[in-house]
Design a protein around this ligand. Structure first.
Ligand code: GLY
Length: 293
């Protein structure tokens, strides 16, 4: 799992690392109880969405001071995916994305339509204030400019949570959820609900991206990473793709990747990314570049 790639300040670092550790264990416990890869990524991302330290509850505010959420979930077995964009007042957009995948003929529902669909399937809405942390309200007041993708600028924008999993049947899945980038225009859609902010295919692996959405979209980051997996190690596939995004469009971000055989990597080009992973050897986590505990 990841809790977003950005310049996580020291005062938030412990809470971010603690949060991803708990979410990774939550996803893993779903697998140990016999749940599918899809169930596990949904559970892990719900856990991250419920934690105000990350950008879902605790979401970034748009230029109008409102919360608009994007999320995707994808099943590597069938390439089915579901997503919502610019949805308001929803506690767990990842579960709404799953409902889009399982209960409609569509892949993405947006804005009012996504909220109407939520109502029709019994997903309760919650007040906007329940989605906004005091920290974000203060940061939004301080920084009234949209953060461009370049590392120096984007580093200060709060960003995205995600999970990837492989289950014992070799099925992979991914999920990504975000409030987007601070001061985005109302109605702006980033990479997260599009299948390039996350991608899952049993033939190659599952990816969840974080970072500057416009840059991720330009290079279709998740697919770019997947395209390198056959020839490279999972770490090299992610590093090469993030390097390409930096060189080609000056964008910064991060990604987590798992292959169908269980090889995984957590990689980023921002100052920090909180991530955690559970494999046969136990729990791994990190925050700073080249750090793995
Ligand atoms: N990567 C999240 C966003 O740009 O919205």
């Amino acid at each position: 799992v990841h809790g977003g790639a950005w310049a996580i300040p020291d005062e938030c670092a412990k809470a971010c690392v603690d949060g991803v550790k708990v979410a990774a264990q939550e996803g893993f416990s779903v697998l140990t109880r016999g749940g599918s890869a899809l169930d596990a990524v949904e559970a892990a991302v719900r856990n991250l969405e419920d934690n105000t330290v990350f950008n879902a509850r605790g979401a970034t505010l748009n230029a109008d001071g409102e919360v608009e959420l994007d999320a995707i979930i994808m099943d590597g077995r069938t390439l089915a995916s579901g997503a919502v964009s610019s949805v308001k007042n929803i506690a767990n957009p990842v579960s709404l994305a799953r409902a889009v995948m399982e209960k409609t003929d569509h892949m993405i529902l947006t804005s009012r339509g996504a909220n109407l669909f939520a109502e029709s399937v019994g997903v309760a809405s919650i007040p906007t204030e329940a989605l906004v942390s005091a920290y974000e309200r203060t940061e939004w007041e301080k920084h009234k400019n949209y953060a461009t993708g370049v590392k120096e600028d984007f580093n200060s924008a709060h960003d995205t949570v995600g999970a990837v999993t492989v289950d014992c049947a070799g099925n992979v899945a991914c999920a990504t959820s975000t409030g987007g980038i601070r001061n985005k225009m109302a109605g702006r859609v980033g990479d997260s609900p599009v299948i390039c902010g996350g991608y899952a295919d049993n033939c190659s692996g599952a990816v969840s991206c974080t970072g500057h959405g416009e840059s991720i979209l330009k290079v279709t980051l998740a697919r770019l990473i997947i395209s390198h997996v056959e020839q490279k190690t999972v770490a090299e596939a992610s590093q090469l793709s993030l390097q390409y995004m930096a060189e080609r469009v000056h964008g910064a971000g991060g990604a987590i990747l798992v292959s169908p055989s269980g090889r995984w990597a957590a990689t980023f080009s921002t100052d920090r990314m909180a991530w955690a992973a559970v494999d046969r050897e136990g729990l791994w986590y990190g925050l700073d570049p080249n750090e793995r505990h």
